[in-house]
Ligand binder design. Structure first.
Ligand SMILES: *Cc1c(COP(=O)(O)O)cnc(C)c1O
Length: 384
């Protein structure tokens, strides 16, 4: 079956008892047993039918045999980090989600785990030389956040496997509709389902998928032992989001393409970061491993931090807010908001950088909103 069909039907057959077309929200912590130890479900931390429907459906969309849902993207990341032991290394993309960087540096580094941060280019060809037998995980996002840099996933998988490491891909920005890392050799795919998969900015959740049975068994054990699981209602919201994922992603991509082209030609904009632009350094790789270029666009205003702050405070349709991937457009200042935890680190962001999560409103309205917000930013006289 095709992707769009599986998003609506896989793991979601009508309820045999009642005929309910939609998977019910099994809001229960425990289940009656027929006899001691004879049961389909026993306790909702271990397994719950609503969560299981989500796990089955989203695993299928990622071309995975196994899927595990978590209470948040960070809960998924924390659980995956339990595959690593102190003394082992993780090689991560340097442009990693700010919360993941904080987890690595402020939670795990003090416990004796080591982290190397590599650029998107270093994670492609030539990566093998930077890894060693202590490397347990190679942790990649592509496109990255907030610069939308692109990592060659097939090359990263080959280099990771050459030293016995696992390739973990945080696929939150692309979603399985645009990119399926397991098909390119990755071992684990991770999501913040809070973003495009939920799609309506009304739930926080996480997910991990894999095609490897032994890894799935270990992660299932960790999911139950660590207990960072989503409740039935949150699982149901993400499952509902998946049904329209393909429709929404097509609109996000089409709108983002127009927004990127508009910004690219605007006199008050110094640089646009969007992998769909031919001049973007990751354009070729993105075109080969993604079906389209996604709904996230970042740009740098030609001016000062105050100019950037004026723009993010002046938009009317683009709401000033953290997060991304909902139907509504959002605007934010990564340096002071989502990526504030990078302040003072080698990865501190330019203070003129603005990030857009382009929603699925009418493109003409979005362009008009950006036009009026940028109008007050005079082109910078001195250049730089
Ligand atoms: C939001 C996000 C996370 C963290 O997910 P939460 O659901 O907020 O815990 C991880 N990675 C990426 C790329 C994200 O955008």
């Amino acid at each position: 079956m095709e992707f769009e069909t599986r998003a609506i039907h896989t793991g979601q057959a009508p309820d045999p008892e009642t005929g309910a077309v939609i998977v019910p929200i099994y809001q229960t912590s425990t289940f009656a047993q027929e006899a001691v130890g004879r049961f389909r479900y026993d306790y909702s931390r271990t397994a719950n039918p609503t969560r299981e429907a989500l796990e089955t459906c989203l695993a299928s969309l990622e071309s995975a045999e196994h899927g595990l849902a978590f209470a948040s993207g960070m809960a998924a990341a924390t659980t995956v980090m339990h595959l690593v032991s102190p003394g082992e290394r993780v090689a991560s993309v340097n442009d990693v989600y700010g919360g993941t960087y904080r987890l690595f540096e402020r939670v795990y580094a003090p416990k004796g785990y080591s982290f190397d941060y590599l650029t998107a280019e270093e994670l492609g060809a030539g990566l093998a030389a930077r890894l060693d037998e202590r490397t347990r995980l190679v942790w990649v996002e592509t496109p990255t956040n907030p610069f939308l840099r692109v990592v060659d996933l097939a090359a990263a998988a080959e280099a990771a496997h050459a030293v016995g490491a696992l390739l973990v891909v945080d696929n939150t920005f692309a979603t399985p509709y645009l990119q399926r890392p397991l098909e390119l050799g990755a071992d684990l795919v991770l999501h913040s389902t809070t973003k495009y998969l939920g799609g309506h900015s009304d739930v926080v959740g996480g997910f991990v998928a894999t095609g490897d049975g032994a890894l799935a068994e270990r992660l299932g054990f960790l999911q139950n032992s660590l207990g960072a699981v989503p409740g039935p209602f949150d699982s149901w919201l993400v499952l509902r989001g998946l049904k329209t994922l393909s429709l929404r992603m097509r609109e996000h991509c089409a709108n983002a393409r127009q927004v990127a082209a508009f910004l690219d030609g605007h006199p008050t904009v110094a640089r646009v970061h969007y992998p769909g632009l031919a001049g973007h350094p990751g354009h070729e790789i993105a075109a080969s491993q993604m079906h389209d270029f996604g709904g996230m666009v970042s740009f740098e205003v030609d001016g000062s931090r105050e100019d950037a702050l004026r723009v993010v405070e002046r938009t009317r349709l683009f709401t000033l807010a953290e997060s991304l991937g909902g139907v509504e457009s959002l605007i934010e200042h990564p340096g002071l908001m989502t990526h504030a935890s990078l302040a003072g680190s080698p990865f501190e962001l330019p203070d003129t950088l603005i990030r857009l999560s382009v929603g699925i409103e009418a493109a003409a309205d979005l362009l008009a909103d950006l036009e009026q917000a940028l109008a007050g930013t005079a082109p910078h006289a001195g250049g730089s």
